[in-house]
Design a protein around this ligand. Structure first.
Ligand code: AKB
Length: 319
């Protein structure tokens, strides 16, 4: 970072926030990265978590106060309702996902921020999108409230860049697999639950059907991509809506078979619920050649490596 601009992470207690906070603090120093979340932390939690501010992203006044107080220049906006939770509360999901974004974009428009990171998702695509090797530019007709908010958000990011020169950068995350923190109400969460249950009970009842293929990524790769796009020279960021990002793709049956290589007695059953329709509307694999060409993106993890890493770390966490 050129002159150690101070960073604010909004949603620091969530699945991505927890690991991004740790990573950015290692990179830029404890005092240069302020954590914030809607969660009120206990005195004990506060004592071990570095600089922390309670923030509801819908409260624009409080956001201004925090940005001024800590002379924040860069914001990573991670607070959002994910696909499954959003379907249960569409009105609030729309309000949170859109107005939260506007609150941050408007601060940058006023000249108070120099750079913003905002995540989009494969949910921005829909059932009319080509499912295999989904191109960067293609038909996008999302039919979930989360997907609609991500598609609209992408349009607004590009609009703020074109109209007001707001330096906003974004990635369309696939499903994210991680062990350090719990997933937050998404359709791809099964790919985390399955590891926890494999270790705890030796079996898992999956809420998606066995052949539902979805694009996924391991959290260390997602964090690397996030930091890389934010560190890239502005001239390299050619897409100001959101970049496709690919890791690897698999179905519940395939991940179960991979787990069985390490836990031979592992059993999986399938009871698809409302999340099946969401998964069926999403791509199965992603073409991220634009990200690779524009800012040198390359993932490291595949299903085999992720399975070993997840099982090892979850077992160590349990001991
Ligand atoms: C979800 O399942 O909602 C998220 C996503 C793919 O954006 N993990």
């Amino acid at each position: 970072m050129a002159a150690k601009e101070k960073i604010l992470i909004i949603g620091s207690q969530g699945q991505i926030g927890t690991e991004l906070l740790e990573h950015l603090r290692k990179l830029y120093g404890l005092d240069n990265v302020v954590a914030s979340d809607v969660k009120e932390l206990s005195r004990e939690e506060l004592s071990s978590c570095g600089i922390y501010e309670t923030l509801n992203i819908l409260d624009a006044k409080r956001l201004h106060e925090i940005v001024k107080k800590h002379t924040i220049k860069q914001v990573y906006l991670l607070a959002a309702l994910l696909s499954a939770t959003a379907e249960k509360n569409p009105g609030f999901a729309w309000e949170l996902n859109m107005n939260g974004l506007f609150n941050v974009l408007d601060m940058a428009k006023e000249g108070l921020l120099s750079k913003i990171y905002w995540p989009s998702s494969i949910a921005a695509f829909g059932s009319t999108t080509p499912k295999q090797n989904t191109p960067q530019f293609t038909i996008m007709e999302p039919n979930t409230v989360y997907g609609i908010s991500k598609q609209a958000g992408e349009r607004w990011c590009e609009y703020y860049f074109n109209k007001y020169k707001v330096d906003v950068r974004s990635l369309r995350y696939p499903g994210l697999i991680s062990w350090k923190s719990a997933p937050g109400g998404g359709t791809t969460d099964y790919a985390i639950h399955i590891f926890h249950e494999a270790i705890k009970t030796g079996s898992y009842n999956c809420f998606l059907s066995e052949n539902t293929v979805l694009p996924m990524m391991y959290m260390p790769d997602a964090i690397k991509a996030t930091v890389n796009i934010m560190q890239a020279d502005a001239s390299k960021i050619k897409i100001r809506s959101s970049y496709n990002l690919a890791g690897f793709s698999f179905s519940p049956r395939e991940i179960a078979n991979e787990i069985k290589k390490h836990i031979p007695s592992f059993k999986i059953t399938y009871t698809p619920d409302f999340r099946q329709a969401i998964a069926d509307s999403w791509p199965q694999s992603i073409d991220d050649s634009k990200a690779q060409a524009d800012w040198d993106w390359k993932p490291i993890f595949d299903l085999e490596k992720v399975t070993i890493d997840m099982l090892t770390n979850l077992r160590n966490q349990k001991d």
